[in-house]
Design a protein around this ligand. Structure first.
Ligand SMILES: Cc1cc2nc3c(=O)[nH]c(=O)nc-3n(C[C@H](O)[C@H](O)[C@H](O)COP(=O)(O)O)c2cc1C
Length: 229
């Protein structure tokens, strides 16, 4: 950055942005290969317990936090759980909620829609995966006096950050599952989070187990998801 790369707008400093650019040929090639790479991502429910460097987790979370957010409030906290004790507690609490959901809370249609996934209330991967990332959203911040400071578009912002997170996990050659053992208040309690944090997603992260199977799903074709006006 050079001295004249900065300007001031209404008292706030802005810096010149140098966009990343490619030739159109490269753009076509890159977008196609990126799509093919992302199309290989799957939600995985069988994990290996094999360890990997913690810096990978840090890089993944740093990537997630590059997501856009309402008024740049970055209303998220990523809690990384590696303690065997806490993973066990989380598994037990998640399975208790899931058992209730499968037995009582989900209606017939929901259960029928889940059938192809082959899922049940049992979640052994919550203990097998070396790390759990629990994403918390922050509907508001608390200042030093305990006053609430508003955040904006919190669900959209945290959802985007989770998208970046999942993409970064795939890019690392690891797998994850977008897991929502709802209601997820137990995560706030077990991890003793502050009163302004709400559990948003629970993502085990690790290598896929040696032999892993995923539901044989098809993704919608472009004609069915895109409308051009
Ligand atoms: C918001 C959200 C919540 C999900 N919750 C669960 C869950 O609790 N348990 C589970 O096994 N899969 C869960 N999934 C994973 C979906 O079943 C999976 O993304 C979908 O079947 C498509 O498969 P794919 O991710 O391999 O493309 C969830 C996905 C999303 C986006």
């Amino acid at each position: 950055m050079k001295e004249d790369d900065f300007i001031t707008i209404e008292g706030y400093k802005h810096k010149r942005y140098y966009p990343v650019t490619f030739s159109e040929e490269e753009m076509v090639e890159r977008t196609e290969s990126h799509y093919k790479f992302m199309d290989k991502r799957r939600s995985v429910r069988y994990f290996s317990n094999k360890e990997f460097p913690f810096s990978i987790i840090e890089n993944i979370i740093k990537t997630a936090s590059t997501a856009p957010s309402g008024a740049h409030k970055q209303p998220w906290t990523f809690c990384v759980v590696k303690s065997e004790y806490l993973k066990k507690k989380i598994r037990e609490a998640a399975e208790a909620e899931e058992r209730k959901s499968y037995d009582e809370r989900m209606g017939e249609t929901w259960l029928a829609d889940l059938k192809p996934m082959g899922t049940s209330w049992e979640k052994p991967f919550l203990e097998t995966a070396p790390y759990l990332i629990v994403v918390f959203k922050k509907p508001y911040e608390l200042d030093n006096e305990g006053n609430k400071l508003q955040n904006y578009y919190v669900n959209e912002s945290v959802g985007l950050a989770c998208g970046f997170l999942i993409q970064a996990i795939h890019n690392a050659g690891l797998v994850t599952l977008t897991h929502t053992p709802s209601p997820m208040r137990f995560l706030e309690q077990i991890l003793e989070r502050p009163s302004n944090e709400r559990a948003f997603l629970l993502l085990p992260v690790g290598y896929a187990a040696k032999e892993t199977y995923v539901p044989n799903l098809e993704r919608k074709a472009i004609e069915n998801i895109m409308q051009v006006y």
